[in-house]
Design a protein around this ligand. Sequence first.
Ligand code: MN
Length: 237
Amino acid sequence: MRKPLIGISCNYEQDLKRFSVSEGYVRMIEAAGGRPLLLPVYSDMEDLHEMLSLVDGVLLGGGTDIDPQAYGETDRGKCGPIVPVRDRQEIEIVRYLTGHTDKPLFCICRGAQILNVAAGGTLCQDLESEGPYWNHARSNYPGHVPCHTVQVKKGSLLEKITGTPRLGVNSLHHQGMRKAGKNLKVAACSQDGVIEAVEMDGKAFVLGVQWHPEKMTDSPEQRLLFEAFIEAAKSGR
Ligand code: MN
């Protein structure tokens, strides 16, 4: 059986006309038995749909802040660079995959926020200033080192995969999920109450995590997330 083909959304620096992706996503997918394929932002949505029919699953990775207009707000001055064309494409990826297929979708950091927004949820534009949240933008820690814990919900897919009620995670986000979208269940929260994981009801594997499991290469639980993703991609064909 051929290895599952996993589409990975790219960062898009529109001003520099450059697509890029963090190596960690590629390596973790390879290690879990998948074959990574980078997805640029297409000019034509028809091309995107064609690509989505070819892959066995999609990973939406980290990146820039999402245009607040996508969840019915305006930028209150705390957002970083915004790339609306990438937002639009990734929201379409979520809607197409969850609406028309049972292919797995693994959404990391910004990806989890995209999943939430695509499902009608909202974001907190800046956790620190809209608090009371401890600093979740812990770029002073090495990426593979946990800097806070999350409480995993009993009976969630996340608990089933990791087999633990508490996970140590890294934290490289200044925004966060505020209200969970329709059909999304909160699967984990940080101690200070930030939603750290969501999953979609009735789907084999549609999971969003606010931390970066691809950087935590020496954590067995984080590797299990990628293994479960690739397993779902095999059985979702
Ligand atoms: Mn966090």
